[in-house]
Design a protein around this ligand. Structure first.
Ligand code: ADP
Ligand code: MG
Length: 459
C-alpha cells in the first residue's frame, strides 16, 4: 500500500518537472493531498483559495490523475478539490489590530505589498476556443463587445451555474481587450482575491496603493461576486472601486452564480449597481453544442475519437462543460494509450470512464414505472391499481404502489395522488402510513416490498 506522503511527493516531483516555477510555487506547493482511496479512485486535494481550486479543477487534477498512474499505477480519477481556509471578512478585525500596532511599524515595511499578480489573465482562455451555442450566444456577444471597448453594457454581468463558461468568457474578454489595445489596464480577480488583497493591504497599511491599482483599471474583471455575500467591509470597498471605475469610463465585467438580487447579504446599493448595465445568463449547452465542444477539444489536443463515441459522451454528460471536459480528459488519456497500440477509444471504454466518474445518467424512476411493476407483480390491471375499487386484492397493491412512489421518487403527496386517478393527498398519506406500519411486523409485506424495490431499481 502506497503511503499518502510518498504518493504526494512522487506526484509533486512530476509536477515540478512539467510545470514552470511560478505555477508550481503558486498552485502545487501550497496544495496538499488530504486523503485518497485507491479502491474508490477518490482523492481529496486541499488548496488555499478559489483561484487555486479553479486551476486544480481545470488543469491540475487531470495531470494529477496521469501522474498518480505513471508513478504508482494508481487510478485516482475522482478528484475533489476543497478550499481549506474559507475566506472570512477579516478586514475590520485587522483594522482594529492595526491601529494598535501601527506605532511599531517601521517605515518601509509597507512598501512590500503590491498586487502580487500581474493582470491574472490566463492565455488559454480566448474567444476562439469558446464554442458558441444557443445557450451562451448572448453572453458571448456581449463579452466580445466589451472586449472591443463598448461601453454599452457597463457593467456586464454574466450569471449561471458552475462549469458553464463564465470564467472562460470573462478571461477571454480581458485577453482580447489587450490584443485590441495593449496599453489598457486590465485586471482579473476573483471576489475572494479582491477580499484577500484588501485584507493584506489593510494589514500592511498599503490600502492607498492597492486602491489606486484597482480604481485606475480600464477593464476590471471580477469573478464570482456571489462570494461578496456577507462581507460588509469588502462590499464597501468594492462599492467605491466600482464607482471610480465607471466614473472614468472604465469597464467592469462580473460573473455570479445567480442574479444579484438573489445573493444573500449583499448591500442594496450594490444589487442595484450590478444591474445598471446588462445581465446575461449562461445556460447548460444543448446536445449539438456539447458535440461541438468535444470536437473542439479533440482537435485542440490532436486526438482522434470516433464520432459515435463523441455523440455517446455528449448524450450522457449533460450537466455542464466542466464535467464534459473531465470526461474528455480521461478519454484523451486513454486515446493516447490506445493509439500506441493502434487502437481507438470504443463506446465500451467511454462507458467505463463514465461509470468510474460516476456520471453515467441514471434512468429516473417514475410513478408509472412503479405502477407497472406493482400491477404485474400482483397480477392486476393498471386501471384497477389507479381506480376506485375497494376490495382487498386491489387496495393492498395500490397502497404498496403509493408507498413505493413516495419512497423511490421525489414526488409530493398531491402529485402521487394525481397519478393514482386523482386521489386526495390524505389518501396517499394514509396508504404510506399503513404500509410503513405493516412493514414493522408483517413478513410477507416485507418480502414483497424488498422484491419490488429490486425490480424497480433494476438490480
Ligand atoms: P464557470 O466559470 O462558469 O464555472 P468555466 O469558465 O470555468 O466555468 O468553464 C469550465 C471549463 O469548461 C473551462 O475549462 C472552459 O474552458 C470550458 N468551457 C465552458 N464553456 C465552454 C464553451 N462554450 N466552449 C469551450 N469550452 C468551454
Ligand atoms: Mg468560474
Amino acid at each position: 500500500m502506497v503511503e499518502r506522503n510518498t504518493l504526494w511527493s512522487d506526484i509533486t516531483d512530476r509536477f515540478r518537472e512539467e510545470l514552470g516555477r511560478p505555477s508550481y510555487d503558486n498552485f502545487i506547493q501550497p496544495a496538499r493531498l488530504a486523503s485518497f482511496d485507491a479502491s474508490q479512485h477518490n482523492a481529496v486535494i486541499e488548496v488555499p483559495n478559489e483561484l487555486s481550486r479553479e486551476r486544480w479543477l481545470n488543469t491540475y487534477s487531470s495531470q494529477f490523475t496521469t501522474f498518480a498512474f505513471e508513478t504508482n499505477q494508481m487510478l485516482l480519477s475522482n478528484i475533489d478539490v476543497r478550499i481549506v481556509e474559507p475566506v472570512v471578512d477579516l478586514i475590520e478585525e485587522i483594522e482594529k489590530n492595526n491601529r494598535l500596532s501601527s506605532q511599531q511599524m517601521r517605515p518601509g515595511d509597507s512598501t512590500k505589498t503590491t498586487l502580487k499578480h500581474g493582470n491574472n489573465l490566463d492565455a488559454k482562455y480566448i474567444f476562439d476556443t469558446f464554442v458558441v451555442g444557443a445557450t451562451n450566444q448572448l453572453a458571448y456577444g456581449a463579452a466580445l463587445a466589451v472586449s472591443e471597448g463598448s461601453l454599452e453594457y457597463n457593467p456586464l454581468l454574466l450569471y449561471g451555474g458552475v462549469g458553464l463558461g463564465k470564467t472562460h468568457l470573462m478571461q477571454a474578454t480581458g485577453n482580447n481587450a489587450l490584443v485590441n489595445n495593449p496599453n489598457q489596464r486590465v485586471l482579473y480577480v476573483t471576489s475572494e482575491q479582491f477580499t484577500n488583497d484588501f485584507i493584506s493591504a489593510v494589514r500592511n497599511g498599503t490600502t492607498e496603493k492597492l486602491r489606486e491599482e484597482y480604481r485606475n483599471a480600464d477593464l476590471l474583471l471580477v469573478d464570482d461576486v456571489q462570494f461578496l455575500s456577507g462581507k460588509e467591509s469588502t462590499q464597501e470597498e468594492f462599492f467605491h472601486t466600482f464607482n471610480d471605475i465607471l466614473g472614468h469610463s472604465g469597464r467592469i465585467v462580473m460573473t455570479s452564480d445567480r442574479l444579484p438580487k438573489d445573493i444573500p447579504d449583499l448591500q442594496d446599493r450594490l444589487v442595484s449597481r450590478f444591474q445598471w448595465g446588462l445581465s446575461v445568463d449562461i445556460n447548460k449547452p444543448d446536445f449539438e453544442t456539447r458535440i461541438a465542444i468535444l470536437l473542439e477539444k479533440a482537435e485542440k489536443e490532436n486526438i482522434s475519437v470516433d464520432r459515435n463515441v463523441i455523440e455517446f459522451i455528449a448524450k450522457q454528460v449533460d450537466s455542464n462543460v466542466r464535467e464534459l471536459e473531465g470526461v474528455f480528459k480521461r478519454v484523451a488519456i486513454m486515446a493516447k494509450f490506445n493509439q500506441s497500440a493502434g487502437d481507438t477509444v470504443s463506446i465500451d471504454d467511454a462507458t467505463k470512464i463514465l461509470a468510474e466518474l460516476d456520471i453515467a445518467q441514471k434512468s429516473e424512476i417514475t410513478i408509472s414505472f412503479i405502477q407497472e411493476t406493482v400491477a404485474k407483480f400482483f397480477a392486476i390491471s393498471i386501471s384497477d391499481l389507479k381506480g376506485k375499487k375497494r376490495n382487498k386484492e386491489i387496495v393492498m397493491p395500490r397502497q404498496i404502489a403509493m408507498y413505493l412512489s413516495r419512497e423511490l421518487t421525489d414526488n409530493s403527496l398531491p402529485n402521487i395522488g394525481r397519478e393514482f386517478g386523482g386521489k386526495d393527498h390524505t389518501t396517499v398519506m394514509h396508504a404510506t402510513d399503513k404500509i410503513s406500519a405493516a412493514l414493522e411486523s408483517n413478513k410477507l409485506i416485507q418480502n414483497q416490498i424488498t422484491t419490488l424495490k429490486k425490480q424497480i431499481n433494476g438490480d
